[in-house]
Design a binder for this molecule. Structure first.
Ligand code: GLU
Length: 460
């Protein structure tokens, strides 16, 4: 049997980090099993669904590299068919009309609570033979259903606990529960992998499949993601939308790796490539309890993937950030960034850091050097800088090796440490007390630019 999974977000906001992980698990499970991964936008709540949210979800899924197969399915386009299935159930005697008013339903709920039962519809119209109203599914009163959930294990619910859910509202529009089941059936979904907030819906959906005589898919309900403090992940914990992570400068492969490890494990492996992820993924290694979001781990992974990333790609990713910061980039700037990227990326955690730390390569003279940075230099540093400048001026071979040996010899003659010579050079050339190897910076800037920056610094 070919495996088909789907991700079925409701477009009422950005792609939540929890939704992204659900999409990733669906994606990996289908790839691992040589199946298909489909996307269905559940846009039937017309008041809450927006085009902006649809765009944000599609953008984030693509950015994360979770490409789906075929056309995106929009649930709202299938409503007529969902309605037909509702009516078909009525014809088969599996559904009935109910004309209870909202206040009647309220009374039933109150009564059930009083009797210590689960609040719900009491089946009042089951045998009244009505031909209009809201259409409800006739759910068996006896027996029980056990769902062999691929993450939660067997979960059993007594049918007496399940009330007759509404399939079509009295205006004829299908409910979400009906639409989900019909679409999953039509799309030949074999595995429904989703958040465990949908676990209780599963039992109602099960009866609907049964009533239509359709194969019931396998279910896997994955636990929620919690914040570092153990409570449900919310805005209070910081960014919860995928786009915010893109904006903050995380790489998609780092977020993918992070989300994969969040709630799923393969021994002690922390860094897992896409190929390994597909090869190793299985639902039985998804944990049953909620996982906690750990920003530090994400940072570590991102720093790792930045170091691994292709330099040209990284230049392409920081250019827009530098442009937004107001820099006009010339071909010379771009070539400096490309040559300097190896050194720059060793320290960065996010693309934001990387862009900030790369800015000195594209700044025009004279550099603006803050008082705070100047304050790291002692008078001896400044003297050493003044004394090394004529020697640098006389240096023709402007390479890392020759500049470093010049500085070493100079430091030895002065009875100073190499760091005491390097630090004022660093401040004057980069405007910062932290940078890649200063000799590498000098080689990349070239003699003319380097000497110009040193003179500017001395004159201010
Ligand atoms: N549209 C639902 C949601 O966004 C998902 C339903 C499902 O996966 O069955 O929570």
């Amino acid at each position: 049997m070919a495996i088909v999974t789907r991700f079925a977000p409701s477009p009422t906001g950005f792609l939540h980090i929890g939704g992204a992980r659900t999409a990733l698990f669906n994606y990996l499970f289908s790839k691992k099993n040589h199946g298909k991964f489909l996307l269905r936008i559940e846009d039937t709540d017309l008041e809450r669904s927006t085009q902006a949210a649809v765009d944000a979800i599609l953008h984030s899924l693509k950015w994360l590299g979770l490409e789906w197969e075929g056309e995106t399915v929009f649930q709202s386009k299938n409503l007529k068919h969902h309605q037909e299935i509702g009516l078909e159930l009525y014809k088969r005697g599996k559904a009935y009309y109910c004309n209870c008013k909202p206040e009647d339903l309220e009374k039933m709920r109150a009564q059930a609570m009083k009797e210590g039962k689960k609040p719900g519809y009491n089946g009042h119209c089951r045998h009244r033979g009505l031909t209009a109203g809201a259409l409800r599914l006739l759910t068996p009163e006896e027996g029980r259903v056990t769902v062999e959930d691929l993450v939660q294990g067997p979960v059993t619910v007594e049918n007496a606990q399940i009330d007759d859910m509404v399939l079509l509202r009295s205006d004829g529009t299908p409910t979400y529960m009906l639409s989900v089941v019909v679409d999953d059936h039509d799309m030949d979904i074999t595995h429904v992998i989703r958040g465990d907030d949908h676990l209780t819906n599963t039992f109602r959906q099960y009866h609907l499949y049964q009533a239509m005589g359709w194969d019931v898919p396998q279910f896997a309900h994955i636990p929620m993601i919690h914040g570092p403090d153990g409570s449900k992940l919310s805005k209070r914990h910081g960014a919860i939308g995928v786009e915010a992570y893109e904006e903050m400068g995380y790489l998609p492969e780092a977020l993918r790796n992070y989300l994969l490890r969040l709630g799923w494990g393969h021994g002690d492996d922390e860094i897992i490539s896409d190929t390994q992820a597909i090869e190793w993924f299985s639902l039985d290694h998804v944990g049953k309890s909620p996982s906690r979001f750990d920003y530090k781990k994400l940072d570590n992974l991102n720093a790792h993937y930045l170091r691994q990333a292709d330099n040209e790609r990284l230049v392409g990713l920081i250019v827009p950030r530098l442009e937004v910061a107001g820099y006009k980039l010339s071909p010379l700037h771009l070539s400096r960034l490309k040559t300097g990227m190896n050194g720059l990326k060793q320290r960065a955690i996010t693309l934001k850091d990387l862009a900030t730390s790369a800015a000195f390569y594209v700044q025009d003279r004279p550099l603006v050097i803050s008082e705070e940075v100047r304050a790291v230099l002692k008078p001896t540093h400044l003297e050493l800088l003044q004394r090394i400048m004529p020697e640098l001026e006389g240096q023709d071979a402007w390479t890392v090796e020759s500049l470093e040996s010049l500085a070493r010899e100079f430091a030895a003659r002065e009875g100073a440490k190499l760091g005491e010579v390097a630090q004022p050079l660093r401040v004057a050339l980069t405007g910062s007390s932290i940078s890649p190897s200063i000799f590498e910076v000098m080689e990349i800037l070239g003699k003319q630019e380097s000497m110009g920056r040193l003179k500017d610094f001395n004159e201010i």
